[in-house]
Design a protein around this ligand. Structure first.
Ligand code: ADP
Length: 460
């Protein structure tokens, strides 16, 4: 058994506390009982002595008889002594034993009319309460001796009950502590084992959460951690698979066409230019892909620095629209911008332009005919920039995934359009970093609407 188990430590603390409390309680109860018995016997002996003294004064012969009878039936001994000489008087059946309890100093006090009370230990080892009363009228003093044996016995009995109940309570505490420490430490041990398995890479491991207290919360947190790690591992694997696929495609083109050219496998100068154009476009795509990947990884590691400032989103949107106007015109699309009065927003101007351009370029890329409309709308606590197109749209079931890295709705066709599949992932990340959001709604065949939103509240 390991000494530093939490259950053992906790158990030791509880047991130590129990022992301290039980010892303290035992001592207090013992003291209370001892002093109770002591006081009670002292009072009884003193009362008896007073009573016998008044009986002795009455000159009644039956009193002497009564004293004798009382002495026979109780554990008290009664002695009479001469006040003058201090000698014991033999009274009928009252036995005169070795009057060792008599102390020469007693007599002076008794002669002066004082009563006395003291404890006395006989040579045979027994202890007594001694109470004496002078009866000057008779020239005698009455001594009443009461053995402490019965009191000691009662106290012994009380102590043995105390010890017994203390032992019982201790055993109960031991059992209780064992159960509690088991209940407390078992989930801890399970959690320890689970975290070790998770650390070894067994990410499917889960802790059984049975309670909603701190231990339960810790278990739930370990499960969340395992789930996150599992998700991270899965997405990382998927991400690497995607990267290699994305890189392999343009590289295959580059290799193929470069070989065709070096081997002179072309028929005309025109064909040669065509192959060179493909090589140029593919290398452009490769460099864009690498640039986007680099950007995204910097953002995810929190390594990009944002230059946050108060900016006019309407001006930024207008500029962006102008930049892509030519592309739209080339494709025969009409691009409208609707100016609106909106409050300033707190954002990074260059990054916001990157976001808006990305969404606008997508709208142009995935729209064959019709209109692209850009509008702004002031909301109670934010500003919305809306880009609507009349393009092919995105199927409802694909909408939740379009912000994921390398996700494309029509896999091969959008690659043809020259996209890296990272544009919207970058948009989403940038909006999050600036405290904003990006949402999409779409109807296949009718068009798509992107809404980016930025709060007007500024820095917190
Ligand atoms: P890509 O570089 O391929 O455009 P994005 O991340 O920008 O990658 O977009 C992801 C996918 O979302 C695109 O491949 C496309 O299928 C879809 N998409 C984005 N914008 C639109 C749009 N305006 N209309 C239709 N589909 C869109």
């Amino acid at each position: 058994m390991r000494i530093n188990r939490i259950g053992l430590k906790l158990g030791a603390v509880i047991i130590a506390l129990f022992i301290i409390i039980l010892t303290f309680l035992g001592l207090v109860i013992d003291r209370v009982f001892s002093s109770f018995y002591h006081t009670k016997m002292k009072e009884d002996v003193q009362d008896l002595a007073t009573h016998f003294a008044s009986m002795a004064k009455s000159h009644d012969t039956s009193s002497e008889e009564m004293m004798q009878t009382y002495a026979d039936f109780s554990n008290v001994s009664i002695y009479l002594i001469h006040l003058n000489t201090g000698d014991p008087i033999s009274l009928g059946r009252l036995k005169i034993q070795d009057a060792e309890f008599l102390q020469p100093s007693d007599l002076a006090g008794l002669r002066a009319g004082h009563s006395l009370f003291r404890e006395f230990a006989a040579q045979d080892g027994e202890s007594y309460f001694v109470s004496a009363r002078p009866v000057p009228e008779e020239g005698i003093a009455i001594y009443v001796l009461s053995s402490m044996q019965s009191m000691d016995e009662s106290l012994r009995r009380v102590r043995s009950y105390l010890l017994l109940s203390g032992g019982g309570a201790f055993a109960l505490a031991l059992g209780f502590t064992y159960v509690v420490s088991q209940i407390l430490s078992r989930p801890m041990v399970q959690m320890e084992q689970a975290t070790r398995r998770i650390a070894k890479g067994e990410l499917e491991t889960r802790v059984e959460v049975r309670s909603s207290d701190e231990i339960g919360n810790l278990g739930a947190a370990i499960n969340d951690l395992a789930r996150d790690l599992q998700h991270y591992r899965d997405t990382r694997q998927e991400f690497f698979a995607n990267i290699s696929h994305e890189l392999r495609t343009p590289i295959t083109y580059l290799e193929g066409y470069a070989k065709v050219l070096t081997d002179g496998l072309y028929d005309s100068e025109e064909e040669k230019v065509q192959y060179l154009t493909i090589i140029y476009q593919e290398s452009l795509r490769l460099s864009r892909l690498i640039h986007d990947l680099f950007e995204l990884s910097k953002m995810e590691e929190g390594k990009i620095h944002l230059l946050m400032e108060w900016l006019d989103l309407s001006e930024l949107a207008e500029n962006s629209v102008q930049k892509v106007q030519l592309k739209a015109r080339e494709k025969g699309l009409s691009l409208h911008y609707e100016k609106a009065d909106i409050p300033l927003v707190y954002a990074d101007g260059l990054r916001m332009e990157q976001v808006v351009l990305n969404i606008l370029e997508n709208a142009i890329r995935y729209t064959e005919q019709g209109t692209i409309r850009v509008r702004l709308s002031a909301q109670p606590e934010s500003v919305h920039l809306i880009v609507e197109d009349t393009g092919r749209g995105i199927p409802q079931e694909e909408l939740p995934y379009i912000f994921e890295r390398f996700y494309r709705v029509e896999k091969s066709r959008s690659r043809e359009h020259g996209g890296s599949g990272l544009g919207l992932a970058i948009v989403k990340k940038l909006m999050e970093l600036q405290g904003g959001t990006v949402e999409v709604a779409s109807e296949p065949g009718a068009g798509t609407r992107f809404v980016i939103s930025l709060p007007t509240s500024g820095p917190a």
